[in-house]
Design a protein around this ligand. Structure first.
Ligand code: PEP
Length: 260
């Protein structure tokens, strides 16, 4: 892997009770010990109500906590939404933007997601922009075009100087929570294409610096092969992040790539 530091996120989605969330965070921190955070950036994405409980558990700066979503508005009459400032106040450092369960499940548009991303970064959060094609789009041979549009519009108006606060998660929708994973070579090809598009939108050094992680049924048994790809800089892990031991194995796989 080039000089980009690996990044692994654990998206807990709408799972865990408060006690389970605290225990899971504790198990991840204790299981990691002291070494791994040096080799890999790690972020836990618990449900909103448990953010403070998890940031309290995480305590030290070595493992970050993030929101699974962030509002496209700074404050005001937006019932049910959570602002970037609120996430920061709860101890978060990151936010997911455009996870497919929001993009496709809730119909969030590229325009709204671009506003969310800008809210996050202008407030000082790091944003992970999630992109990926549906099965129908893949079968129609539109994967590259769809992902290119999501990246371009998601980053519209974002200057190169802000790219340090941004990572991209390529998550083919058909692979999320289905047990189906993209072949490592297919993931690499898409990551490489995304990086080429970033180079066109910005410039080569900027594109080279952006971390592009893969998501979609990553588990301990397939993490090594996926993370071995030169343009795959880690993973966004859903189901497998609910098991501390398995999640730590995945982190180890990503961390070992930065060492090789
Ligand atoms: C995700 O939630 O982003 C994800 C990739 O889920 P899973 O690992 O369960 O496919």
């Amino acid at each position: 892997m080039p000089s980009r530091r690996p990044l692994v996120g654990g998206n807990w989605k709408m799972n865990t009770t408060r006690t389970e969330a605290e225990m899971l965070a504790k198990a991840v921190i204790e299981g990691l010990g002291k070494e791994l955070p040096e080799a890999c950036d790690i972020c836990l994405f618990p449900p909103f109500p448990w953010l403070s409980a998890v940031t309290d558990r995480v305590g030290s700066a070595s493992v970050a906590v993030g929101g699974q979503d962030v509002s496209d508005h700074p404050d005001g009459a937006f019932t049910g939404q959570t602002s970037a400032a609120m996430l920061l106040d709860a101890g978060c450092r990151m936010a997911l933007v455009g996870h497919s369960e929001r993009r496709h499940g809730l119909g969030e548009s590229d325009l709204v997601l671009n506003d969310k991303l800008k809210q996050a970064i202008s407030s000082g959060l790091e944003a992970m922009l999630c992109v990926g094609e549906t099965l129908a789009e893949r079968e129609a041979g539109q994967s590259e075009e769809v992902v290119a549009k999501q990246v371009k519009q998601g980053l519209s108006g974002v200057p190169a100087t802000d790219l340090g606060q941004i990572s991209i998660a390529y998550e083919p929708v058909w692979a999320i929570g289905t047990g189906r994973t993209a072949a490592a070579e297919d993931a690499q090809a898409m990551h490489c294409r995304i990086r080429a598009d970033l180079e066109n939108q910005y410039d080569a050094p900027s594109a080279k610096g952006v971390r592009i992680v893969y998501g979609g049924s990553v588990k301990p048994s397939n993490a090594d092969a996926i993370f071995a790809q030169p343009d795959v800089d880690g993973g966004l892990i859903g189901g497998a992040s609910l098991d501390a031991e398995g999640f730590i194995e995945i982190i180890r796989a990503a961390a070992s790539m930065s060492a090789s």
